[in-house]
Design a protein around this ligand. Structure first.
Ligand SMILES: Cc1cc2nc3c(=O)[nH]c(=O)nc-3n(C[C@H](O)[C@H](O)[C@H](O)COP(=O)(O)OP(=O)(O)OC[C@H]3O[C@@H](n4cnc5c(N)ncnc54)[C@H](O)[C@@H]3O)c2cc1C
Length: 412
């Protein structure tokens, strides 16, 4: 892995050897350069969760966030937390995240507002049923025993607004649910600060200093920081942090929309998160209304996050087919944010062997809120103990060079 805990410790606050001082750098007589064991680029859920786990293990951590903590993809997300994935590694990771969210308040002193209302996957094509049969076998094999099949009649009882005319079957996992992205992110951020982490807002990473074949520090909009380890937690912008270090990190941004209706009593707060798997339409109770989302699978990658109202119209047409009562629900608010997508829809976790001292926790492909708690703990174990209690090798960066990509199919 190439980065040992001992080698992480920043031995002095002077500029690491081999790096030329940038223009405007403080002179030898001014304040010494800041340093940290680990610098995390990006203060979304991933950066904050990782800062907490590393600081709890007594590493000196700085998080650099150019906007405000949790304001980008994390702040736009639907809060869904599920274990029903097609890749076994994702299921194992998610079982851990669910346990961590259940214990979140005890661990951090802050609520997660984790409500285990379940996820209902609605299947309307024979191939989906076939695929989910394999999924169900695997889920039970790895201990997700509460996941089960639900027929159309039961689905209609669980989700009274659901049109089940064409439904061939559903899978339901009652321990899935929704949590609050704002609460979980701020809970981790506050707890990280309590352990001494320095989380800085309005500070942009503008360069990564590399010398002698390894990371030596980062350059920021507010000065340089010496460090032996940079973790790229920049979400949809991870590729740009990679480029600063001369690396190609295969993460592309894709716009995704959400609309929230006004009060809608036909969808009670206990109703499961419901996913029409063919179209990717999903909805769940949100306050006294309903949160509705759907992916525009035709849209090319890009950083635009304006709301495309034409697409929202399509989304509501689809909602009206799957849940006709929703046709009458007015839109109270709508927004768009970015998925951070890799070629196989799997996260990139761990070291990038091409450059010592450069790690990634990025590319969650639309499931990063739910994966961040476990990912942060497992990465911390890998860094400090050289092994993690769940094998995260399937998420290694090296898979791209090997061409050994196995796609996660349950992407919404
Ligand atoms: C509409 C929508 C719905 C979603 N629903 C769900 C869901 O139900 N469940 C789920 O698990 N996931 C969901 N997601 C995905 C989830 O939001 C992301 O996977 C997750 O938030 C990624 O977290 P992150 O910390 O990696 O990225 P972010 O939250 O985007 O954080 C990265 C941060 O890096 C900062 N940054 C970038 N470049 C720099 C730089 N040069 N210097 C300093 N800072 C920088 C950014 O400002 C940003 O704050 C959804 C996403 C969207 C858009």
């Amino acid at each position: 892995m190439g980065t040992s805990p001992r080698s992480l410790r920043s031995s002095s606050s002077s500029r690491p050897g081999g790096c030329p001082a940038p223009p405007g750098a403080p002179s030898a007589h001014s304040l010494p350069m800041e340093s940290a064991d680990v610098v995390i680029a990006g203060g979304g859920i991933m950066g904050c969760a990782l800062a907490y786990q590393l600081a709890k293990r007594r590493l000196d951590v700085i998080v650099l966030e150019r906007e405000t903590l949790g304001s980008q993809s994390t702040g736009k997300c639907a809060g869904g937390v599920r274990q029903q994935f097609s890749m076994e590694a994702n299921v194992r990771l998610q079982r851990m995240s669910v346990r961590m969210l259940q214990a979140f308040e005890q661990e951090t002193g802050h609520p997660a507002d984790f409500r285990q209302i379940g996820y209902l996957f609605v299947l309307t094509l024979p191939q989906q049923v076939e695929d989910f049969r394999h999924n169900m076998d695997m889920w039970h094999r790895v201990g997700l025993n509460e996941a089960r099949w639900v027929d159309a009649a039961e689905a209609a009882r669980m989700v009274p607004v659901l049109n089940v005319d064409d439904v061939l079957g559903c899978t339901f996992c009652p321990s899935d649910g929704i949590a609050s992205p704002a609460d979980v992110t701020s809970g981790y951020a506050v707890a990280a600060r309590r352990h001494g982490a320095r989380l800085k807002e309005g500070v942009e990473v503008i360069g990564v200093d590399v010398a002698s074949g390894r990371v030596q520090g980062v350059r920021t909009s507010k000065g340089d920081i010496a460090t032996r380890l940079v973790v790229n937690c920049a979400g949809a912008w991870s590729a740009s942090i990679g480029r600063m270090a001369g690396l190609e990190i295969p993460v592309l941004p894709f716009r995704r929309h959400i609309a929230v209706t006004g009060a809608f009593p036909a969808v009670p707060r206990t109703m499961p998160m419901t996913v029409d798997f063919r179209t990717s339409l999903y909805f769940h109770p949100e306050g006294d209304g309903v949160l509705i989302g759907m992916s525009d699978r035709e849209e090319p990658p890009g950083f635009v996050t304006d709301v495309n109202w034409d697409f929202l119209e399509k989304m509501f047409e689809q909602a009206a087919r799957r849940a006709p009562a929703l046709a009458g629900a007015g839109v109270k608010t709508a927004w768009a944010g970015l998925y951070e997508t890799t070629p196989d829809h799997q996260a990139i976790l761990g070291p990038v062997p091409e450059l010592e001292g450069f790690w990634c926790a990025a590319g969650f492909s639309g499931h990063g809120f739910m994966q961040a708690p476990a990912a942060a703990l497992l990465l911390t174990q890998l860094l400090l103990d050289h092994r993690s209690e769940i094998d995260i090798a399937p998420f290694a960066f090296t898979r791209f060079a090997k061409g050994s990509l196995v796609k996660e199919k349950n992407v919404i």
